[in-house]
Design a protein around this ligand. Structure first.
Ligand code: NDP
Length: 451
């Protein structure tokens, strides 16, 4: 196919890198991948997968309590953190193996070491230089902790997955995905949990009803939520950590976990020297076909300046493989990327928020419903579910579907298909619900709450 050592050299064997590499190999390309840390990247090792396993673990506490209302009595439940961590690690090791076999089975050469870009067609690895017709940067991101005194005393989600002991008290900093998921996990596992967020509405990037509603539900479950809270220092005093706040107050705790965003992993990769344009935070700048300003260098996933989600990285990888070695017809539409936050309760969302829709459309209609799920009529739990639809009045098109409640991710996935197909509110109304489910509420909301 070319005079280069490889047709494609991918740096990073996370979700995006692995998908692009094996799809390129399936098109007949000679592909190599370099991975210095772990096969499967953030998602498999310190992200989606272990997080969801921990979220299941955290939810059992409520499941044991809820069972009483259904006639069950069992002994006092107890929880063993090392068992959870060990079982999670076993599952991750299994997945690491699967990822590696996916690559080798597709004929991809795997280097388990760090690669560096030398120039537009050269990569340096294990002391030698290899040439490639195309280079794909898929090195992901890394948690950022703001530069405050004592920042080294804080952990991030990376370390939270491997703590030797579960702390009795924790302060989680941030108001986004990871902060809310981990605050819920810790609380579910019985940890005295404080959530410290600098803003006044959690999950700022989503429809504002979601963050407000979720915050209230998490507070009911015992998470102490501190809004407009600014931690300015962390200090060790004996066995305790003390967080100093901007108003002079302090919070004493056993662990402080920062979930304040993730920066692209481009430091020391050689990209600037190769002439590749980077954004101020180090993100690789690409066009809508994931090509950088250096024509032979592409980038996908968390390392670019777009959406940091595994399924998005996979889709980007497919576009690149198809563009470089296939038909070149695939494109990616980010408009209906559905997403879920695996907090307790879950959040699921797709499409435009009410505020975005008001900005983009002349006239919109909002449908909203808050209710107690059937299960909690007997469990006695005071958890509420929120469902919300955002509709364009002129065309009747559904612009956004938002939910806080059990299995929100599972429910919203189906509605993402509907939105991708351009569903109207009339089509939702014409859909027969499945009874009794929470999801049926989304096809039975008749009265708008606001126009
Ligand atoms: P997010 O961008 O979701 O949230 C970061 C939070 O940290 C925001 O609330 C932000 O505040 C706050 N913050 C940022 N800088 C500071 C600072 N200097 N001091 C105090 N607070 C600060 O990032 P996460 O780290 O939670 O997650 C990274 C990405 O990973 C997510 O954006 C998401 O794309 C992905 N992810 C997806 C998951 C899923 O699909 N379920 C799960 C976990 C992560 P403000 O709101 O004011 O900006």
């Amino acid at each position: 196919m070319s005079d280069y050592d490889y047709d494609l050299f991918t740096i990073g064997a996370g979700s995006g890198g692995v998908r692009a590499s094996r799809m390129s190999a399936a098109h007949g390309a000679r592909v190599a991948v370099a991975e210095e840390r772990y096969m499967g990247g953030t998602c498999v090792n310190v992200g989606c997968i272990p997080k969801k396993l921990f979220a299941y673990a955290g939810h059992y506490a409520e499941d044991f309590e809820d069972a009483h209302g259904f006639g069950w009595t069992a002994g006092k439940p107890s929880f063993d953190w090392p068992t959870l961590v060990a079982n999670k690690d076993k599952e991750i090791a299994r997945l690491n193996g699967i990822y590696e076999r996916l690559l080798t089975g597709a004929g991809v050469t795997v280097f388990k070491s760090r690669a560096r870009v030398v120039d537009a067609h050269t990569v340096e690895i294990e002391g030698r230089r290899l040439s490639a017709r195309h280079i794909l940067v898929a090195t992901g991101g890394w948690p950022v902790v703001p530069n405050i005194p004592g920042k080294d005393l804080a952990i991030t989600s990376n370390e939270a997955f491997h703590l030797a002991r579960l702390p009795k008290r924790v302060v989680v900093v941030g108001g986004g995905y990871i902060a809310l998921e981990f605050a819920s996990i810790f609380r579910g596992l019985g940890v005295d949990t404080v959530l410290s967020y600098r803003g006044d509405c959690l999950l700022k990037v989503f429809d504002s009803d979601l963050g407000t509603f979720l915050g209230a539900e998490m507070a009911k479950k015992g998470v102490r939520i501190c809004l407009r809270s600014h931690i300015v220092s962390i200090e060790r005093r004996g066995d305790n950590l003390v967080c100093g706040l901007s108003d002079g107050a302090t919070i004493e705790t056993d662990a402080v976990m920062y979930a304040t965003g993730r920066n692209p992993n481009t430091t020391g990769l050689g990209l600037e020297r190769a002439g590749v344009d980077l954004a101020a935070n180090g993100a690789v700048i690409v066009d809508d076909r994931f090509q950088t300003n250096v024509a032979s260098v592409h980038a996908i996933g968390d390392v670019i300046h777009k959406v940091q989600l595994t399924p998005v990285a996979l889709a980007e990888g497919m576009v690149v493989a198809d563009r470089l070695f296939g038909q070149g017809r695939r494109t990616l539409d980010y408009r209906h990327v559905a997403t879920a936050v695996f907090s307790q309760p879950n959040v699921g969302t797709v499409g435009l928020s009410e505020a975005q829709a008001r900005h983009e459309y002349a006239d919109i209609v909002i449908y909203k419903s808050t209710f107690t799920a059937l299960k909690h009529r007997l469990s006695g739990r005071n958890e509420l579910t929120l469902m919300k639809l955002v509709v364009d009045k002129a065309t009747d098109r559904v612009l956004g579907v938002h939910m806080v409640g059990a299995e929100a991710g599972e429910i919203i996935q189906g509605f993402a298909v509907a939105l991708t197909c351009g569903a109207t509110k009339a089509q939702l109304d014409a859909t027969i619900g499945i009874h009794p489910t929470a999801a049926e509420e989304l096809v039975t909301m008749r009265e708008p709450v606001a126009g």
